[in-house]
Structure formats: structure tokens, C-alpha cells
Design a protein around this ligand. Structure first.
Ligand code: GLA
Length: 377
């Protein structure tokens, strides 16, 4: 990818760039918990966005998307936002850096990526983190700390892209470390690296190819439900709520919001169970919790879809250890924890059955846990 970007950059801008990259992510468990102050358990993966960048001595950003074959040019003032949605991610990052009192000057860039779009692998967080990291390195002597870089990406989503997301994706993309998952407490922002090398098991994603687009999706509505319930229970976030507290107010809360909160409260404990189980090498428990999460996301949180439920059923029928919808939902992938010796069978059955029902195979993505945001010299 570096060679391709270098060629495109030289042809278009004629100077010598520096390269930066940041990764997409998976999440083993802890879904829709980040904006509820709970725990998440993500890791960065070997699918990334890479950008070739150089200063251009103007006050403009000139950017070419090698994948979309589209060009955009914009200034760095608030009223100079570009039209194209993809360019707004970069504009947003620049603005959020500037708003925090740091520097961004005009630059030229060409970028490309291999994170599947709309698959729940956080291609947008990879893009934001790549540019946030680059702006820090190029213009700010790396004075912006890593959490602030993640927050710059998150604020970009909130303020320029219309998604009221939590911190998980940008955190994973910025902090990702090879062969490690990370448990993040989204209330205190304390985190811990967990070496992840499940002997005898593999993690595989099955992309349903159902389009996943969090802008205009009910994602923001889910978050609003959670905030409403937290308010009614007199707690800051659902992290501080228990099932007893929820049940005590069940009549006032309303059925839909009750189900949303029930899922979130259950998920908090499941992440902790999975961490304990991993420390014991107990992958059966990890897998059970994954199925429970899927059930909750499908029935109570209602962010699954027919195709993902079907992939989950196939996993169960094949005896796969754990399987669930991953990421924001409304399409995208399932994440599957599967024994090595079952892998080929499972993938073959999933391909065949899914194809027979929906007319196309799911895309199989093997997961390699990798580094996050970086300069690529
Ligand atoms: C999206 C959001 C994250 C998180 C997940 C669900 O990926 O960007 O902040 O809420 O959905 O866990």
C-alpha cells in the first residue's frame, strides 16, 4: 500500500511524504457499554488506513482518496467544511485538534485502506486516528496525549459526522498493540493489556455484507434510551445501575427502554466474566458469554438483523465455541471463537447455508491482533 500511495502522491503533489497508519478493531465482548460508562474489550487488527502526508505551505488541506478516486480541498476554519462525507472525517480531526489549542497547518495527503467499510470494523475510527496521530507528530511534537487523540476522533464523530458514539473504536485504534486485547473501563479510562493467544482456537469474522451505517441508524436512539433510564434511576450512567434498581422502576420506565437497559446491565457483568475466564484459559465460558451477548443484542437491544441471527444460528449448530454480532450493529459481522479443528467445517457450512438463503456468501475475515496508530518509516 505504501508504494501505491507514494506513486500517487508524487504524481499529484510532487513532494516527498511521510506515512502514517491506524487500524480497525474487533471487540471480543462489551458492546454498547462504552457510552454507558461500562467495560469494553477490543483489539486493533491488521486492517488499516494509511496516509501519505506532507506540509504544503498554504492554509489549505488537499486530499485524495485513492480508494474512492475522489479529491477534496478545504480550509481549516469552521465554516470551510468539505461537502464529501469521507473528507469531513479529516476536516473534523483538524478542527478538533485546533479547538484544543494545538496546531494544524496546510498539508497534502493521499490515503487508502483495507478496512472493509460498513462492516462494523471501525474504518472511520481508523481514518480519524491515523490523521489525529499524524497531526500530533507533524505539527505538535507529540504533545497531545494518546487519550486526547482518541477523544479527537470521537468528537469528530459527534460534531462533524452525526454519530453519538462512545470511545471504544478510537481508543482501540490509537492504543492497539500486537497480540493484545485491551480491557477499558470507560468511566475511569483505566485500561489493561491482555495477551491474547488462545491455543487451539481461532477468531474469525463473518461479514454478512448487510450495509451498516451508523449515521442515520437508530444508534443514537439506543444511546438516548440508556441516558433516559439512567436519569430515571438517579445515576450518571447505567454503569452504576443494577437489575434490582431497574426492576423497582419497571412500570415507570416503559417496555422498550427497560429492555435496552436490561441488556446493558447484563453486559457489564459478562465482560468481567470473560476477563476472569481468559485468565484461567477457560474459553468455553468466554464463548457462552458471547452467545448470551448476541441474544441480548438481538432480542433486548434490537440491533441485530435476520442475516446476523442466521450466522449466529449456524455457528451454534456447528458447535462453535462462541459467536455474536460485533460492533454497533444493524448489519456488519459476527465474531466467532472457533476451535482450530472445527474451523474449516464451520466456514464451509456458513458459506453454503448463507449463500443458499441470501444469494451470496459471507466474507470470511481472519483476525490478527495488531498495532494501532503509528508512523510508518
Ligand atoms: C460503534 C461505536 C462504539 C460502540 C459500538 C458498540 O462501534 O462507535 O462507540 O458504542 O458501536 O459497542
Amino acid at each position: 500500500m505504501k508504494e501505491k500511495l507514494l506513486a500517487l502522491f508524487s504524481e499529484r503533489f510532487g513532494t516527498t511524504p511521510v506515512f502514517y497508519a491506524s487500524s480497525g478493531r474487533i471487540n471480543l465482548i462489551g458492546e454498547h457499554t462504552d457510552y454507558n460508562g461500562g467495560f469494553v474489550f477490543p483489539g486493533a487488527i491488521d486492517k488499516y488506513i494509511m496516509a501519505a502526508i506532507n506540509v504544503n505551505g498554504t492554509d489549505k488541506v488537499r486530499v485524495y482518496s485513492a480508494d474512492l478516486k475522489e479529491y477534496s480541498e478545504f480550509g481549516l476554519q469552521e465554516d470551510e467544511a468539505p461537502q464529501q462525507q469521507w473528507a469531513r472525517y479529516i476536516f473534523g480531526v483538524c478542527r478538533e485538534v485546533i479547538k484544543r489549542g494545538f496546531t494544524v497547518k496546510g498539508f497534502d495527503t493521499v490515503f487508502a485502506g483495507n478496512v472493509p467499510l460498513g462492516a462494523g470494523l471501525s474504518s472511520s475510527a481508523a481514518l480519524e486516528s491515523c490523521f489525529a496521530f499524524a497531526m500530533n507528530d507533524m505539527f505538535n511534537e507529540n504533545k497531545i496525549d494518546k487519550f486526547e487523540l482518541a477523544k479527537i476522533g470521537q468528537s469528530t464523530e459527534h460534531n462533524y459526522c452525526g454519530v453519538n458514539c462512545g470511545i471504544m473504536d478510537q481508543f482501540a485504534s490509537v492504543f492497539g498493540k500486537k497480540n493484545c486485547l485491551m480491557r477499558l473501563d470507560c468511566r475511569s479510562l483505566e485500561y489493561e493489556y491482555f495477551p491474547f493467544d488462545p491455543q487451539g482456537y481461532r477468531l474469525v469474522l463473518l461479514n454478512s455484507k448487510v450495509k451498516h451505517e451508523l449515521v442515520d441508524s437508530p444508534y443514537n436512539k439506543r444511546r438516548a434510551s440508556c441516558e433516559r433510564v439512567a436519569h430515571m434511576l438517579g445515576v450518571e450512567t447505567l454503569r452504576d445501575a443494577t437489575m434490582e434498581m431497574l426492576d423497582a422502576k419497571r412500570d415507570e420506565i416503559g417496555e422498550e427502554d427497560y429492555k435496552r437497559a436490561k441488556y446493558v446491565i447484563g453486559e457489564k457483568q459478562r465482560v468481567l466474566d470473560v476477563c476472569d475466564a481468559l485468565e484461567r484459559g477457560d474459553y468455553e465460558t468466554v464463548g457462552e458469554r458471547m452467545y448470551e451477548t448476541h441474544y441480548g443484542l438481538s432480542r433486548d437491544y434490537e440491533v441485530s438483523c435476520e442475516e446476523l441471527d442466521y450466522l449466529n444460528d449456524i455457528a451454534k449448530e456447528c458447535g462453535v465455541t462462541g459467536s455474536r454480532i460485533m460492533g454497533g450493529g444493524f448489519g456488519g459481522c459476527t465474531i466467532n471463537l472457533v476451535k482450530e479443528d472445527l474451523y474449516d467445517h464451520f466456514v464451509a457450512v456458513a458459506r453454503e447455508k448463507f449463500n443458499a438463503k441470501y444469494g451470496h456468501e459471507p466474507v470470511v475475515i481472519d483476525v490478527v491482533i495488531s498495532d494501532g496508530a503509528r508512523r510508518c518509516d
